[in-house]
Design a protein around this ligand. Structure first.
Ligand code: ZN
Ligand code: ZN
Length: 438
């Protein structure tokens, strides 16, 4: 029987260098925080990543693939025979005006793709992901004798736009990089600093956005019988779509169908010729998502047919897969995190209805993965709030007030990433007998 750690080198052998690089890590983080960039515009961030990697021990010789899907960067560290471990950090900020009062707060204002002037902030904490992944790489490079295998560090653009991972895959990720045996990702989230949270199975929902353009026949508001009214058609369709989850999704499954936007008409006495509905489907199971999307399409076509209207136009955009943590990989990472951080710092990740595009990377190779969270806020304040049922008082990701405490957030991100990686890279038996779980 394969044991979780047949002969692993402990992560502490690599992490012993953390104290020495901490000032660099904190400066790097503060710089990234003060200089956020929008999705697909992470040019300076990507350049900084490459500069930092080149400056690391042996960095000049590393294989660095730049410009994947524009700003994506992948670094390949080959260190003898062993497992290949993909580590992922997303790089983009958000169009949010920072209001944290931090002395390293962003004051960046930029022009978005629509030509509008917008403020930019690392309101989702992706700066912690970039900084802690670079620090993890530096420690691993400093301690090459402690591990064997290949590290594949992926710095991904445009997670917030939901298409950065997919864009990297479309730009030849699989052909350009070695196949990972396992992929690991992490996200800073509300929670006590110093802790991590993880869970097996689906932890973040899939997302499928849709647009339905109902086509009627325009006319005078006083003579509806001469027209086909898309406003009434849209009203009826919105109500019918709300019955999909109630009547067509199995009770044990979870799904949300929301119509978040509806637009038609210009004036009281004109029956418009079209109405547009936009909405989103969230589930934890691809089959349930398919059921909902098929029902939406069928219902929209039937609604139009009932009115004798032309076929509606149905479009799909912004697909995000379920983040479905592999049980074997997750348990192996859990054991590594418990060993490094202590059992009391390893919490349970309750499934969230938010979505994340990380899994598109491992899915491109069919590689197993796990994705965990690490806490952003002062632990004492968090635990007090938890006791009083007031954790919602803390700002969530995307808030202009989202300000992770510098430490122990950064140290925890590095310790978690290195410990999880070493669960594979430190396994001296890998070459002889790859663990059955991967
Ligand atoms: Zn976000
Ligand atoms: Zn995020």
């Amino acid at each position: 029987m394969t044991q979780p750690f047949p002969s692993s080198t402990p992560a502490s052998a690599v992490l012993s260098g953390l104290g020495a690089i901490r000032p660099w890590l904190e400066d790097l983080y503060r710089h990234l925080h003060a200089h956020p960039e929008l999705s697909m515009a992470e040019h300076e961030t990507a350049a900084r990543v490459v500069r930092e990697v080149r400056g690391m021990p042996g960095g000049q010789e590393l294989e660095v693939v730049e410009g994947i899907a524009g700003t994506g960067v992948a670094v390949v560290v080959r260190n003898g025979e062993g497992p290949t471990v993909l580590l992922r950090a997303d790089m983009d900020g958000l169009p949010v005006a920072e209001d944290t009062g931090l002395d390293y707060a962003s004051r960046v204002v930029t022009t978005n793709l629509q030509g509008e002037s917008v403020p930019v902030m690392h309101a989702c904490g992706h700066d912690t992901h970039v900084a802690t992944l670079l620090a993890s790489m530096r420690l691993l490079l400093d301690a090459r004798q402690e591990w064997a295998g290949t590290v594949l560090a992926v710095f991904q653009p445009a997670e917030e736009q939901h298409n950065g991972a997919e864009a990297m895959v479309r730009d030849g990720l699989v052909e350009r990089l070695p196949r990972p045996d396992v992929a690991l990702g992490q996200h800073v989230l509300p929670g006590p600093a110093g802790s991590v949270k993880l869970a097996t199975g689906p932890i973040m929902a899939s997302c499928d956005d849709f647009r339905i353009t109902l086509r009627g026949k325009g006319g005078h508001g006083s003579a509806p019988h001469t027209a086909i009214d898309p406003v009434v058609m849209a009203a009826s369709l919105v109500m019918r779509l709300q019955t999909i989850v109630a009547r067509q999704v199995p009770p044990r499954a979870t799904a949300v169908v929301t119509v978040g936007r509806i637009q038609a008409g210009t004036k009281t006495n004109i029956i418009p010729s079209t109405a547009v509905l936009e909405g989103t489907v969230r589930t934890y199971d691809a089959a349930v998502a398919a059921t909902c999307l098929a029902a939406i399409e069928r219902t929209a076509r039937a609604e139009a047919a009932a009115w004798g209207a032309p076929e509606p136009v149905i479009e799909h955009f912004d697909h995000l897969p379920v983040t479905d943590n592999d049980p074997g990989v997750t348990e192996r990472v859990r054991a590594a995190l418990v060993a490094e951080l202590g059992g009391e710092q390893v919490r349970v990740f309750e499934p969230e209805s938010g979505s994340e595009d990380f899994s598109a990377l491992p899915d491109a190779w069919g590689a197993p993965y796990t994705y965990w969270g690490f806490g952003a806020f002062d632990a004492q304040e968090w635990v007090q709030a938890e006791d009083g049922g007031r954790t919602d008082d803390f700002p969530d990701n995307h808030s202009p007030h989202f300000a992770p405490v510098l430490q122990p957030v950064l140290d925890t991100g590095v310790r978690a990433m290195v410990a999880a990686s070493m669960a594979w890279l430190g396994d001296r038996h890998w070459a002889v007998q790859p663990p059955s779980i991967v």
